[in-house]
Design a protein around this ligand. Structure first.
Ligand SMILES: CC(C)(COP(=O)(O)OP(=O)(O)OC[C@H]1O[C@@H](n2cnc3c(N)ncnc32)[C@H](O)[C@@H]1OP(=O)(O)O)[C@@H](O)C(=O)NCCC(=O)NCCS
Length: 266
């Protein structure tokens, strides 16, 4: 079995009709294939392995996020080579090549719901946890200040990173994180709001100098058991955010400031 990884990207897409009570394999035909592949990995890792309820795995951030999926091309022998007594080949070995999604990550644009309260416990990690929020058009929120976030600066959030168990510890998640961060560096204005479509009020801005613009701040809500892994990619623990439980799993906040000064057109 030989595996050659390659990556696909799924930009924000219309996921209307996605039924969160059903598996990725039972979704309507309008849902993009790359997103279904991401959900295939997330269901295996978060739902089956970590016991997150299927209903909570898909959330309202999925439609507005950018997703990356890494695949392995797996060559499996179906019939062995056959030879006669003298070593002459009677039939060559036969094999089939299949493509399998093995890892995924997503990048969620601002705005976000407020930072979780230390010691709190909640299920769905998305704007819908705020009953006043309209998930299709989220308001801009002034948050509490933490160690690395002043409560106002727009930040993007990396999350839902998952690699199938049998492919772990061979650098797959490193490829995913690098792909997402390289894309963010090359597309720093992608998530910046347009005054024309949103209006100043909704952005919480009273003048053009207050329009929320991404300046390179990246957050993760990390499971405590992978703090070291995110640390390897340059994320620092935000002590001020404290710890909380998502889906019964203890989480912390971590931040990284990317240097986008050479690419940002601000
Ligand atoms: C966390 C996870 C995505 C890492 O994927 P992976 O492909 O095995 O990671 P990599 O092989 O790219 O490893 C990256 C680095 O982290 C280290 N690492 C990986 N898993 C680790 C772990 N559980 N504990 C400590 N270090 C770890 C690797 O040694 C590597 O370090 P190196 O670059 O110095 O060699 C994977 O274990 C996973 O899917 N876990 C379940 C889902 C999950 O917990 N997601 C995190 C949500 S916040």
């Amino acid at each position: 079995m030989a595996a050659t990884p390659f990556i696909s990207i799924q930009r924000p897409s219309n996921l209307d009709g996605y039924n969160r009570n059903l598996s990725y394999a039972e979704q309507p035909t309008n849902i993009p294939k790359t997103f279904l592949d991401a959900m295939e990995v997330r269901e295996e890792v978060f739902v089956r392995e970590q016991s997150v309820p299927l209903h909570n795995e898909f959330d309202s951030d999925d439609a507005r996020a950018v997703h990356w999926v890494i695949y392995a091309s797996i060559n499996t022998m179906t019939e062995a080579q056959k030879t006669d007594d003298k070593g002459n080949i009677l039939q060559r070995q036969k094999s089939v090549t299949t493509t399998q999604p093995i890892g995924t990550i997503r990048l969620v644009p601002f705005p976000h719901p407020p930072h979780p309260e230390p010691g709190s416990s909640y299920a769905a990690d998305a704007l819908e946890t705020n009953p006043d929020a309209d998930p299709s058009d989220p308001p801009f929120i002034v948050d509490r200040a933490t160690t690395f976030h002043d409560g106002k600066e727009p930040y993007v959030k990396l999350g839902r990173i998952a690699v199938l168990k049998e492919f772990r510890r061979s650098g797959i998640s490193k490829i995913l994180v690098n792909a997402a961060m390289a894309w963010a560096r090359e597309n720093p204005a992608f998530f910046n709001p347009s005054i024309a479509t949103m209006g100043m009020d909704k952005m919480g801005a009273s003048g053009t100098d207050e329009i929320p613009i991404w300046k390179g701040l990246v957050c993760v809500h990390a499971q405590v058991q992978v703090i070291k892994v995110w640390g390897k990619w340059g994320f620092e623990l935000d002590e001020g955010m404290g710890t909380w439980f998502e889906e019964g799993i203890e989480h912390v906040g971590m931040f990284q400031r990317m240097d986008i000064s050479l690419t940002a057109k601000v």
